[in-house]
Design a protein around this ligand. Sequence first.
Ligand code: FAD
Length: 349
Amino acid sequence: MDKILFISHTEENGGLSEHALEVLTAAAELANATSSELTIGLFGGSTAAAVKQISGTVFTVEGAEFAVPRYATDAAAAEAIVNAAQATVVVAPGDSRMMRFLSGVAARLNGKVDAHITSITAGAEISLNRWYYRQRMQAEIKRSARPWFFAVESGIFQPCKSAGAAQVKALNVSLSPALTRTTVQGVKAPQSGEQTIKPDAKLLFVAGAGWTKKQKDGQTHVPEAADLILGFIKKAGASLGSSKSLVDLQGEGQQVLPFMTHLNQVGQTGSTPRHPKGLAACCHGEEPHVVGWRFINERRAISLDANCGWAQGKADVLYVADAFEVIKEVNRLLANFNSNSTEPPNTHR
Ligand SMILES: Cc1cc2nc3c(=O)[nH]c(=O)nc-3n(C[C@H](O)[C@H](O)[C@H](O)COP(=O)(O)OP(=O)(O)OC[C@H]3O[C@@H](n4cnc5c(N)ncnc54)[C@H](O)[C@@H]3O)c2cc1C
């Protein structure tokens, strides 16, 4: 029988991220389905807040040296935890900090590692799924090798709500000077201005190049487009995506939306975000763009072109309409709605 370990770093406040709590659910479900023992491993500057969020047997490694995302100290902490738990299956959130060192620890312990896992099934044996080739092919992975490490994607499982009694076993990990030779100087965030990418949002709003094109009066209306788009994502609590054509305009010297970068780009050469719903406006819905909508469940689009890609089986609903007019009216309705509502807007749609 496997011994399953959920392992994660803690955040600056000592707690677990939403992603980590989701993957804890996955680990707990796996332990349940295989009638295996589940233990939890936490490391970071402090772990007290995380311990309050969970229950069960918890191995911790904490201290100032473990506060920063450094390969050598993270790997040393994880190795100590995996050994203490005698884990044969190690389940981790696939965030950038865990992904940096997880394969190194797997190699050290003579194990195997898989990443970008999107589902876990447990029958006679454990089987994992991940996507390849921009979400066009899905692989099923089974392994007899142990310890088996895997990093799970976000937005798939419900965050674990199992705060209760935790039995904490604090581990001492001694660090030689070589392990702290690398210093972490700070964080360089890709976007310094408006925070438009929100992975936890219920809705993805995708803007296409049409927002910057000449409209029926023969003029472009880029500042108005910027106000409408930002107004909508703020009021609806939506995440902002873009087509490639819109973000490429910057390099072509055309008037652009200042808050839009290539990080917003959805599609074959962009991202494949996960949101329950999506709304595209002024976007043509071509295949290289829509392939990035693989994990958007309910899809709607607004385009002037009744023959655009969305109309050809790529969206559930296409509004053949002027997006400037539609979004202006929707923003007006949302402003009224929000002023009468005590709940956050994106829980309603
Ligand atoms: C190898 C490869 C990889 C690619 N990867 C990506 C990718 O990752 N992501 C991506 O997006 N694309 C990608 N593309 C490009 C993709 O094929 C399209 O060219 C791109 O998505 C088109 O962007 P768009 O729909 O915003 O612009 P357009 O095709 O210019 O469409 C603009 C739309 O806006 C509509 N419109 C204009 N004004 C209004 C209005 N007032 N109201 C409503 N509608 C209006 C027009 O009718 C039109 O349908 C890739 C292409 C290749 C070859």
